[in-house]
Design a protein around this ligand. Structure first.
Ligand code: PMP
Length: 296
């Protein structure tokens, strides 16, 4: 349930009831997948409600909009301010926020002038759940970085994610792991991927993946913990030999993985660096000093 009778959302400068909001059936994003969005979490902390890394998320939203020629005139500060008001108006503390910037009615394949800004929020548990995941290597590759801006968060890119997750579920797995067009491991349908081997963490380098804000937080935490991380290309065979693995993402947070294509990882999850990082991540999102973006 994403909204109730009383839920309020922000649309183009107005606060309106979610049940009264609508969009034209001639909208360009509905037909061609052109819109940009973010997924952000807020946490109920000792210092009150904090939105984790709001600046990073809104900077990425503005970057995505610019790449897709969708006008977005709000600053990251303004969007953050609206986000806090959204939470307050809906009495939300531990919440998931979904900003979406979408074009107007337009059946052509040219980017138009019109754009709309939606912000809504709801309570959402950890996206991939709390139990260890059974993954399969997807038969779908991540999109070719020369066919689109993979580093932008564009709605249309998620048709690839929907195909991969649906295939995985239909085959009895929890989630998919996708390769890039060169056959190296890329990421999950909605999360970045790490594996560990002999106390070293490995994660795909940038280029074929969404540069995750959680991925970046994990790099920072690993650095503070003195854990070596290698960002590079690797194949699925390297992952089969891993001691452990996990996904990272705002919605999923740090999600431990039990097996890939039926091959279990070497260590029990509780003995992995990933499990330690998962605890460190939960602490970090609770701490004001890491909000690194003052309330406006
Ligand atoms: N990759 C993809 C394809 C995603 O959709 C997401 C979720 N936004 C991520 C990675 C993780 O990104 P973040 O940590 O910024 O949420």
């Amino acid at each position: 349930m994403y909204y109730t009778e009383d839920t309020i959302l922000y649309l183009d400068g107005k606060w309106i009831k979610a049940k009264d909001a609508g969009v034209s059936l001639y909208n360009q994003s509905l037909h061609y997948g052109n819109a940009v969005f973010e997924g952000i979490r807020s946490y109920d902390t000792e210092d009150g409600v904090l939105i984790f890394k709001a600046r990073e998320h809104y900077d990425r939203l503005r970057f995505s909009a610019q790449k897709m020629h969708i006008s977005l005139t709000y600053t990251s500060e303004e969007l953050t301010k609206i986000s806090y008001e959204l939470l307050e108006r809906n009495n939300l503390t531990n919440a998931y926020l979904r900003p979406l910037v979408y074009p107007g009615e337009n059946m052509s394949l040219v980017a138009g002038e019109e754009s709309h800004v939606l912000l809504c929020a709801w309570e959402w548990g950890r996206y991939l759940g709390d139990t260890l995941l059974k993954l399969m290597t997807s038969s779908f590759q991540r999109p070719n970085p020369k066919a689109c801006f993979v580093e932008a968060k564009v709605t249309g890119h998620y048709t690839n994610s929907i195909l991969a997750t649906t295939e995985a579920k239909q085959k009895g797995f929890d989630e998919a792991l996708l390769l890039d067009t060169q056959g190296y491991v890329a990421e999950g349908p909605g999360a970045n991927f790490f594996y560990e081997k002999d106390d070293i963490l490995f994660t795909p380098k940038l280029g074929n993946i969404l540069p995750g804000i959680t991925r970046q937080t994990i790099l920072e935490l690993a650095n503070e913990m003195g854990v070596e991380v290698r960002e590079r290309q690797f194949t699925i065979d390297a992952v089969y030999q891993a001691d452990g693995a996990f996904f990272t993402g705002t919605a999923a947070e740090v999600a431990g993985i039990e097996s890939l294509d039926g091959n279990k990882f070497g260590l029990p999850w509780s003995d992995t660096i990933g499990s330690e990082l998962s605890r460190a991540y939960n602490n970090r999102v609770q701490k004001k000093e890491y909000k690194n973006f003052e309330l406006v």
